[in-house]
Each structure stands twice: as structure tokens, then as C-alpha cells.
Design a protein around this ligand. Structure first.
Ligand code: NAD
Ligand code: TYD
Length: 350
């Protein structure tokens, strides 16, 4: 039996960002045991981890973070040194139609994990509860950038649930002395993202010559970060961050939605051998999202100055790599868009 130096629990490791984090940790730290806890909702997919699933330092646990007794038992049977908590309901549009699911997983699920850590880690040194959050907790920006001291002003049920979970994490640090760290990141893109989010939804629709739904006028601005850069930031913060601190993570890469979609059309026309401008004709302006935040933009200078992290991928290179991945992984895409996705798509867009 291998004696691992650390046991790390990653929650939500079968999702988009979680699978990139698990892969990075499993490969970079063969002396750590990585426990991936996920209950495989529509967004969780073990195919995301097929390349590392047989690694000796990796194990999968199917569990729901809302199930407090299952979480307590898991902590009673394992001595985790750290938790990197990513499990969440993550899509704003779904939070508008079903806010309770977000309250259950994002708030109650997070508090269940905090309770388990508090109860089982009492008096232990060197533990860390790292909560992964979003810049959406700060609300919509007119000028400037979100910093770590920007007041919270969540506008959607999703961001309200993430803001609540952030506050609980900080409260457990403050009240019970639980060693916590948080980070708030901007919009991610990259391989393995569920095609309900803007970029993979458009890649799939361009490929299939289906309409590209632009909410409102397409003028909303997002700061896009390549998911592998986010995973590297999480690794950096987990290992070098100061307990009790929060770090903003972003790409310094603001784009209006319409420009992102047009740029994707250009890349894909060229890759699919279509005439220039063909895919842009698919752009369709649809009813705006309720309460749609106009702009997000992150100042990540604390993370850069204190822990020497900065984004490596350019948007051009990252997006091209992302498009290539979706075009090369047709079976993955067909699996995730069969079943429930069709129903969701009809409800949301048709
Ligand atoms: P995702 O929806 O792709 O994956 C979420 C994962 O959590 C899935 O594997 C799902 O099965 C699992 N999960 C959901 N409910 C669960 C439950 N009750 N118990 C156990 N597992 C459960 O999400 P993502 O985009 O990878 O986001 C991961 C985290 O990063 C979330 O906390 C999200 O708020 C945060 N975040 C995301 C972005 C982004 O652009 N996607 C940006 C900043 C922060
Ligand atoms: P999304 O990928 O859902 O991320 P978030 O809402 O967390 O920022 O959406 C990114 C932007 O794209 C957001 O401004 C909403 C917009 N959008 C559309 O215009 N059409 C769509 O079909 C989707 C899913 C999003």
C-alpha cells in the first residue's frame, strides 16, 4: 500500500473546472491521494476523467454534498488534509427557473462540508478548506474592476447562492477558526464545458448550423479565462495562499458577447471549410436574460503580486484549442447533449 503524503478532497471534480483541477493535481502530485467527490448531476461526467481514472493516486466517491450524514461518514473514514470545494449548481439560466436547487447544493451543501471539516478537524494543524467562487457575487460593473474589497451585490439566484456560501465559509473561519481560503474567478472557457454555457453552446450550434441565441443586444461584457489557467491558479492558491485570505482570478480579457460569437464563427468557418461569414448568419437576437448583469471584470493583481500567478493562454490560442477539442470529441459532445439537454434546450430556447 502506498503511504500518501496528503489526502485531498476535491468536490465537483467530474464537472468542467473540477475535472481540470483533478487532472492537474493527479499528474503533478503523485505523492498526494486525490479523492474526487461528485454526485454526477447533468453537469458531472466521468468521461471527463477517463485519462486519469486508473491512476493509483486517484479515487472517485459518488455522494451528494446535501446529504449531511454521508458527508459526515466520509470525513469520519478519511483523514483529509485539504478540501478544494467546486461542487455547485453553476448555470445562471437554470437558477432563474429553479432557484431551490441552487440553495440546496450551493448553500446547504457547502455548510454541510464546513460542518464536517469543523467537527473532524478540531485541534488539527495544517488543514485547509478552499472554496471556489465566482466574480458574479460582486454584481454588475459600470467602471473599473472588481477587487477583493468590492462589496458583494449579487443579482441572480446563482450569484446570491454563491455569495451566501462565500459568507458561510468566511463565517466558519472567523467563528470557529476553520482554516479557509476563497477565490472568486471570472468566466472560464475550455474543453469539457457543458454546452449550456455560451461558448460551447455556440460551438455546437455552429457545427450543426443551428441558430446562435444572443441575449438582448449582445453588449454584455465578460472577462474570459482559459480553464487551465484557472486550474493553475487554484493549485497556486491551495499551496501558497494565506489562510483567511480571498483572491480574485481573471483573464484581463474583456469581450462583448456578440464579438465573442462573431470571433467563434470566424474560427469555425475556417476549420469547417465554410465560406467567410457563413456562420455569422446564424446569429439570432433573443429575449434578454432576466436581471442580466452588464459587465464583469477582475483585477487579479493581488494574486499576481503576492503569489506570482498570471494567465498564460491568449484568448486567440485558448479559443482555437477549445474549438479543436470539441470538433475532435464528437462522441463526448453527443453523449452530453442526448437526453436531458434536449429537454432543457427546448424549454430555454424554443
Ligand atoms: P459544472 O456545473 O460544470 O460542474 C459542477 C460539478 O458539481 C458537476 O460535476 C456536478 O455533478 C457536481 N455537483 C453538483 N451538485 C452536486 C451535489 N449536490 N453534490 C455533489 N456534487 C455536485 O461547474 P463548473 O463550471 O465546473 O464550476 C465549478 C465551480 O467553479 C462552481 O463552484 C462555480 O460556481 C465556480 N466557478 C465557475 C466559473 C465558470 O465560468 N464556469 C467561474 C467562476 C467560478
Ligand atoms: P454564460 O456562459 O451562461 O455565463 P454567465 O452567465 O455565468 O456569465 O453566459 C455568458 C454570457 O453570454 C452572458 O452575458 C449571457 C450570454 N448568453 C447569451 O447571450 N446566449 C446564450 O444562449 C447563453 C447561454 C448566454
Amino acid at each position: 500500500m502506498i503511504d500518501f503524503e496528503k489526502d485531498i478532497l476535491v468536490t465537483g471534480g467530474a464537472g468542467f473546472i473540477g475535472s481540470h483541477v483533478v487532472r492537474l493535481l493527479v499528474k503533478k502530485y503523485p505523492h498526494y491521494k486525490i479523492h474526487n467527490l461528485d454526485n454526477l448531476t447533468y453537469a458531472g461526467n466521468l468521461e471527463n476523467l477517463s485519462d486519469i481514472e486508473d491512476s493509483e493516486n486517484y479515487t472517485f466517491v459518488k455522494a451528494d454534498i446535501v446529504d449531511d450524514s454521508a458527508i459526515d461518514k466520509l470525513f469520519a473514514h478519511n483523514e483529509f488534509d485539504g478540501i478544494i470545494h467546486l461542487a455547485a449548481e453553476s448555470h445562471v439560466d437554470r437558477s432563474i427557473s429553479d432557484p431551490m436547487a441552487f440553495i440546496r447544493t450551493n448553500i446547504i451543501g457547502t455548510v454541510n462540508l464546513l460542518n464536517a471539516a469543523k467537527d473532524h478537524w478540531a485541534g488539527s494543524e495544517g488543514k485547509l478548506f478552499y472554496h471556489i467562487s465566482t466574480d458574479e457575487v460582486f454584481g454588475s460593473l459600470e467602471d473599473g474592476f472588481f477587487t477583493e474589497t468590492t462589496p458583494y451585490d449579487p443579482q441572480s439566484p446563482y450569484s446570491a447562492s454563491k455569495a451566501s456560501s462565500d459568507h458561510f465559509v468566511k463565517a466558519y473561519g472567523n467563528t470557529y477558526g476553520l482554516p479557509v481560503i476563497l477565490s472568486n474567478c471570472s468566466n472560464n472557457y475550455g474543453s469539457h464545458q457543458f454546452p449550456e454555457k455560451l461558448i460551447p453552446l455556440c460551438i455546437n450550434n455552429i457545427k450543426k448550423k443551428k441558430s446562435l441565441p444572443v441575449y438582448g443586444k449582445g453588449e454584455n461584457v465578460r472577462d474570459w479565462l482559459f480553464v487551465e489557467d484557472h486550474a493553475k491558479a487554484i493549485d497556486t492558491i491551495f499551496h501558497k495562499g494565506n489562510v483567511g485570505e480571498t483572491y480574485n482570478i481573471g483573464g484581463l480579457n474583456e469581450w462583448q458577447n456578440l464579438d465573442v460569437i462573431k470571433y467563434l464563427c470566424k474560427i469555425m468557418d475556417s476549420k469547417l471549410g465554410r465560406i467567410v461569414g457563413e456562420s455569422e448568419k446564424l446569429i439570432t437576437f433573443v429575449k434578454d436574460r432576466a436581471g442580466h448583469d452588464l459587465r464583469y471584470a477582475i483585477d487579479a493583481s493581488k494574486l499576481t503580486n503576492e503569489l506570482s500567478w498570471k494567465p498564460e493562454a491568449t484568448f486567440e490560442a485558448g479559443l482555437e484549442q477549445t474549438v479543436d477539442w470539441y470538433l475532435e470529441n464528437e462522441i463526448w459532445l453527443e453523449h452530453v447533449i442526448s437526453g436531458d439537454y434536449q429537454h432543457y434546450y427546448q424549454q430555454q430556447y424554443e
